[in-house]
Ligand binder design. Sequence first.
Ligand code: GLC
Ligand code: CA
Length: 563
Amino acid sequence: MERKWWHKKVAYQIYPKSFYDTNGDGIGDLPGIIEKLDELKALGIDIIWLSPVYASPLADQGYDISDYRNIDPRFGTMDDMDRLLAEAKKRDMYIVMDLVVNHCSDEHEWFRRACEDPDGKYGKYFYIETVKDGKFPCNWRSYFGGPVWEKLPGHEDKYYLHVFHKKQPDLNWENPEVREEIYDMVNWWLDKGLAGFRIDAIINIKKALPFKDYPADRPDGLTSIGNMLRDAKGVGEFLGELRDRCFAPHEAFTVGEVFNEKAEEIPDFIGDSGYFSTMFDFAPTVFGQSGKGWHENADITPDEYRDCVFNTQKKIGEIGFISNIIENHDEPRGVSRYIPDGDQCEDSKKTLATGYFFLKGLPWIYQGQEIGMENKKFTSIEEVDDISSLDAYKVALADGVTEERALYALGKLSRDNARTPYQWDDTVNAGFGTGMPWLPVNPNYTEINLAAQKADPDSVYNYYKKLIALRKDPAYAETLVWGEMIPVRQDLHDIMAYYRKGENQTLLVVAAFGNENKVLPLPVKPKKILLSTLAGGKEPEFVETKDGWEAVLDGYLAFVAEL
Ligand code: GLC
Ligand code: CA
């Protein structure tokens, strides 16, 4: 694997709408991000991915773009964006935007023109089909529910394809003119000084054509898009072109939102000259998913979490550099998901943080993760905003479960869990802004907030600072960034342990879950403890046995040691 400048960095995702609101309209904005840049720098962040801030009706919170070359006034202006790029540069930080090009908004000019003249130039930018006798070209179910076909405004017999929401018509990547438009736009942003992109929903750009039905997998008679994707061959041709025309000439940093990649495709995606610099590991995210809906999804235990990420580590090996996360704007809070219910506390949050942070790959932090933000508790469906959660609720009820059970599933999995405003302090609305926030704050902000976290030397926040500092410490960086990752005693319950092995150095990372006392057998006594979750700088205990040594792990506890 070729070494890249960004391997040594630490990345952070901002969900702008919920980060920091400077003008009291209840919506986080670019000036808010600029104001907090020093805060992120102090934490140790280098690369920042912004969820979309382009002009948008916000039907899917900005993942429905009506103008790729403008900033939505609710987020600020292009001047603000330029200022953000300049301010980041001054601080040696890199800004990455979201590239949402599987679809645009139905309010994009291209789509408006397609409606005016479906047989003209812009009609060919989309998938528009004539529907006779009410039979759609295929029975695919959109990710947000219902058929992927929607009536083209102004036309009785014409329908357009949308694999996400009906306000997100799919762009037709088979049309070279569409690809040229996209490459032009991507290059325009990169020329502006953007460091790169997070590539949204990209696997969907290749459709299995001609359209056809697949066996229905729910009572609605529709079929999961996944069935079509398995048949869609050739996404690599589009992605290779995107790389060659845009990313490679700019040496852009890119991270792909790639689900369901096949093991043999990994080198194409993130090998030395792959389509992307890196891609997220979603193995623990998709674990337990049921085809029937969120209400049927299984929880994940710490052992299953460990096995998922270890499996990815093995699969990736030396091929490339994966991106490690515990949450993002589409997922529940990691501490609420991977730590069993009721065990959420400072120690367990630090333990989870240690376990994922030193895996081989680029560590990402999603806003609020560093202060231990947790899932929201929903008491009524009225409190839910997210379109995909609203659909999951409907699906659950249609499947015969109670409202209570359906709401419970949203509490576990709703995208709104991680979209509540950032908890800056314990003042009204968590210090997010002076106006009523677009989504209510999590009531636990009086206890969980940045100001309180900063004041406590043993807080989750101060621990994240130490994690980042250790990964960047010149004495260990070589090993922690590039060293081999070797699982340790994966057979042990509730223990996630691994070596990071460099040429002349072996580091041991241990994260012990659960409240029971346990031990981890070790061949030797560690030379030096580099970091531990124990308060006040206390070191974990090691006892000698007849075969070697044991680390004593009482309850949630994690440490990093040099052997
Ligand atoms: C990605 C985004 C998600 C969005 C979807 C459609 O999965 O992360 O938020 O709804 O794509 O753009
Ligand atoms: Ca605002």
